[in-house]
Design a protein around this ligand. Structure first.
Ligand code: GRF
Length: 200
């Protein structure tokens, strides 16, 4: 399966996918990496792996919709079977979702539907939950609301701060992402009544 990954930051999730995809048996090939900003480690990681990159910055377009269409065009040029948002810090819009309907997945560092949005680890910590984790889901029009592919649970320790908790989540998140993207690539998946099931 052809996979395009979108990133905004350090790209450790991307790196885990790049490393897994070295083995052809993994089933997913990372054919391009896109970002909404330049100068980030995520793009450097793609460069080092010889994977083509592109950048679509919101401020270079007249509107959010125009950016969304441009981003979709850039992704579509690589003809992906699956688009993985791996720490991509912007919401993709209606044009993008229509173009890749049911084929865009995102990873969120909390157990959905708890703690959606940009501060999942901090919000979990502030609430005082004893376990949190990460969720891989199929992107829909909401914020971290789509059908869930997989979740992984991580304990919250008494002495955690946001950084230590997020780091523990990210270790589990990367492992889950690699496992599930490989499985989606090899087996395919479909969605009925919000339930994601592997196989065609
Ligand atoms: C991940 O925890 C992702 O879920 C969150 O931001 C982090 C990205 O990390 N939204 P990285 O760029 O993959 O290292």
């Amino acid at each position: 399966a052809r996979v395009v990954v979108l990133v905004s930051g350090s790209g450790t999730n991307l790196q885990a996918l790049l490393d897994a995809a070295v083995d052809p048996a993994y089933g997913a090939a990372i054919v391009a990496v896109g970002a909404d900003r330049d100068g980030i480690e995520g793009l450097a990681r793609a460069d080092r792996s010889g994977v083509p990159t592109f950048v679509a910055k919101l401020k270079d377009y007249s509107s959010r919709d125009a950016w969304d269409v441009a981003l979709a065009d850039r992704v579509a040029a690589f003809d992906p079977d699956l688009v993985v948002l791996a720490g991509f810090m912007k919401l993709v819009g209606p044009a993008f979702l229509e173009r890749f309907a049911g084929r865009v997945v995102n990873t969120h560092p909390a157990l959905c539907p708890s703690f959606p949005g940009v501060n999942g680890p901090g919000d979990a910590l502030a609430y005082g939950v004893k376990v949190t984790g990460a969720t891989l889901f199929v992107v829909d029009a909401g914020v971290d609301t789509g059908p869930i592919v997989a979740q992984t649970v991580v304990p919250v320790e008494d002495d955690d701060d946001v950084a230590t908790l997020h780091e523990r989540i990210k270790v589990a998140e990367r492992r889950m992402l690699v496992t599930e993207v490989g499985r989606m690539a090899r087996e395919g998946f479909r969605i009925t009544d919000r339930k994601v099931r592997f196989g065609l």
